[in-house]
Design a protein around this ligand. Sequence first.
Ligand SMILES: *[C@@H]1O[C@H](CO)[C@@H](O)[C@H](O)[C@H]1NC(C)=O
Ligand SMILES: *[C@@H]1O[C@H](CO)[C@@H](O)[C@H](O)[C@H]1NC(C)=O
Ligand SMILES: *[C@@H]1O[C@H](CO)[C@@H](O)[C@H](O)[C@H]1NC(C)=O
Ligand SMILES: *[C@@H]1O[C@H](CO)[C@@H](O)[C@H](O)[C@H]1NC(C)=O
Length: 191
Amino acid sequence: MLLLGLVLLQVTGASGITDVVAAYNLTWKSTNFKTILEWEPKPINHVYTVQISPRLGNWKSKCFYTTDTECDLTDEIVNNVNQTYLARVFSYPADATDYAGEPHFTNSPEFTPYLETKLGQPMIQSYKQVGTKLNVTVQDARTLVRMNGTFLSLRDVFGKDLSYTLYYWKASSTGKKCSSSLEWWCLQSSS
Ligand SMILES: *[C@@H]1O[C@H](CO)[C@@H](O)[C@H](O)[C@H]1NC(C)=O
Ligand SMILES: *[C@@H]1O[C@H](CO)[C@@H](O)[C@H](O)[C@H]1NC(C)=O
Ligand SMILES: *[C@@H]1O[C@H](CO)[C@@H](O)[C@H](O)[C@H]1NC(C)=O
Ligand SMILES: *[C@@H]1O[C@H](CO)[C@@H](O)[C@H](O)[C@H]1NC(C)=O
């Protein structure tokens, strides 16, 4: 009899937990500081709310009760791109207006925008070939990082930490496809 009681208790305990599915596979996607947190799974009968904070600082909620599996956190991280951030995704039952239970949440990996944002594909603003020299001007991409009310460029944010490397090759000799930003050079050298 005691054994049966224990089994029953475990079963009800388990079904209570499966009411709300915890998010998993939390992933930061960030390019030129545009930063989105993605996770799984697509919700069935539940919703998510995201929180973000500087490492163990004040939690701020975003993307309230969403059925999406991503949340744009750009506005939060551009305030200080050198800060290390942590996010967490809470799961709530979809029909719970005043959810009393302890909400399930999953932590994201830590994210430091300055070190981890990917650089978008550079745009070639102009180029000029003079004899054997090639003068290439790369457009300085705008970011969503603001200072004194204006948006900073990648160069403004990274300063000397930002450098570009120019690769070129003869399209005809290697059969390689050119990246679109370098297409002009492939056209020139294949003639
Ligand atoms: C987590 O996400 C990555 C890439 O988005 C994917 O390759 C992987 O299969 C996912 N893992 C699980 C357990 O779904
Ligand atoms: C961020 O950190 C880098 C490298 O430590 C530094 O050069 C840069 O000035 C910092 N930027 C801001 C906005 O604090
Ligand atoms: C390269 O081109 C840019 C823009 O056309 C120009 O401002 C710059 O002076 C040129 N640099 C050299 C070394 O020719
Ligand atoms: C922003 O404004 C402050 C004070 O108004 C000034 O000291 C600083 O140089 C400005 N920064 C930039 C990048 O313009």
